[in-house]
Write a protein that binds this ligand. Structure first.
Ligand code: APR
Ligand code: ZN
Ligand code: ZN
Length: 359
């Protein structure tokens, strides 16, 4: 089958091959025909080593498709069902999934992906986050898919699998944005635009988008930002909107310690800063030991939008059907898998919200 392979960490491009092999689904597993997969910044981060990733690997973790086969004992889905891929599946039984009610942090499948499911000429190929959606088919634990209605277009469904859930979930679940509050979102890519839409759904009064790419500013407003500025113009916007106090909520959707620090500084005394972007392991965010105490800000990370995918994917799809979550316009460009390197290059320019590969 066709797939895009990261040969070595640090490579600028992926290798598109047509001779990748895949195992059949074992007990409790499902085989998915991937129809659509978004290109997320985390795919670039896996290529350049920001996100630890073994190589060779099939990247891609934001996918949707159709169940092609199921292994023994699978009762949650059947052949022909439409599904969204979950890159961090909740097992449903561990302490994170049950007592702690933090199923997004479940590690059952994170540390036990289906090893060796992909191969080429007898050599095993890893799968990003255990998913590997830059391939025509993939095999996942049954917990790694969420069944959706057949009338949901699979291109927009794929976006729910990572960027939309991550951004909207950070706003709604992690930050817990309340009606009438003020919000700033750093970064207006697929994740940031989703955070802006989540803040709007939660009833924020003001939503300021900050992006260094001027072409993103009008785009952010079209998705619900009330103001959109470059970092240079941010202090003036903060003064105008908050009287200089800072915002009730600041969400960092870039993954850069400089904008993480800026997000913390943009938060008012007693407000909440949410780190959504994924930075490098060896980069450090500096905070004074005094300010943490004195300003009583909440500084919190958001992993997969604090989601329980089993209910949240459906909630987001209801919002989409009700016209309150705009997914269609998030798709800047559609590509075939052999155009993926063009898509990755375009993502680096910062000019796209989301590009979707159609198999
Ligand atoms: N200041 C302001 N804006 C910036 C800066 C900066 N220093 N650096 C980048 N940006 C903007 C880009 O112009 C772009 O619009 O941030 C946006 C990032 O968008 P994408 O590259 O599309 O990334 P996305 O897929 O949205 O992911 C964002 O979330 O899940 C994580 O790993 C992912 O860390 C990444 C982040
Ligand atoms: Zn679990
Ligand atoms: Zn992603």
């Amino acid at each position: 089958m066709l797939a895009a392979i990261l040969r070595n960490t640090g490579d600028d491009t992926l290798e598109v091959a047509d001779n990748v092999e895949l195992i059949d689904p074992g007990p409790g597993q499902v085989k998915v025909k991937i129809t659509h997969t978004g290109i997320c910044h985390s795919d670039l981060s896996a290529m350049n080593g920001t996100i630890p990733q073994a190589a060779p690997a099939i990247l891609g973790h934001e996918g949707a498709g159709i169940i092609d086969a199921v292994g023994d004992g699978v009762s949650t889905v059947k052949e022909g069902d439409h599904v969204i891929v979950v890159w961090s599946p909740p097992c449903g039984h561990c302490t994170f999934c049950t007592g702690r009610k933090q199923p997004n942090l479940c590690q059952t499948f994170m540390f036990n992906p289906i090893m060796g499911k992909f191969s080429q000429d007898g050599t095993p190929i890893d799968a990003m986050a255990g998913a590997g959606t830059f391939a025509e088919y993939t095999v996942l634990p049954a917990e790694g898919v969420v069944k959706i209605d057949d009338d949901i277009p699979l291109d927009v469904a794929s976006l729910i699998g990572c960027g939309v859930m991550t951004g909207a979930g950070a706003a709604i679940n992690t930050a817990g944005i309340t009606a009438g509050s003020s919000v700033v979102v750093y970064g207006a890519g697929g994740v940031g635009i989703s955070a802006i839409q989540g803040a709007k759904i939660a009833g924020a009064a003001e939503i300021v988008a900050v992006d260094m790419n001027e072409s993103k500013l009008d785009e952010a407003k079209a998705f619900g930002a009330t103001h959109a500025v470059t970092p240079d113009d941010f202090e003036a916007a903060k003064a105008e909107i908050t009287g200089g106090e800072g915002f009730d909520y600041a969400l960092e959707c870039i993954g850069n310690p400089v904008t993480m620090r800026a997000s913390y500084d943009a938060t008012r005394r007693g407000g909440t800063t949410v780190i959504v972007g994924v930075g490098k392991m060896d980069e450090v965010l500096a905070l004074s030991a005094f300010e943490l105490f004195f300003n009583e800000k909440t500084l919190v990370g958001s992993y997969y939008g604090g989601t329980d995918v089993r209910s949240d994917f459906h909630k987001l799809l209801r919002l989409y059907k009700a016209g309150k979550l705009d997914l269609e316009r998030m798709i800047s460009r559609r590509l075939k898998i052999d155009e993926i390197n063009d898509g990755l290059a375009e993502l680096k320019t910062g000019n796209v919200v989301r590009q979707v590969i159609e198999f």
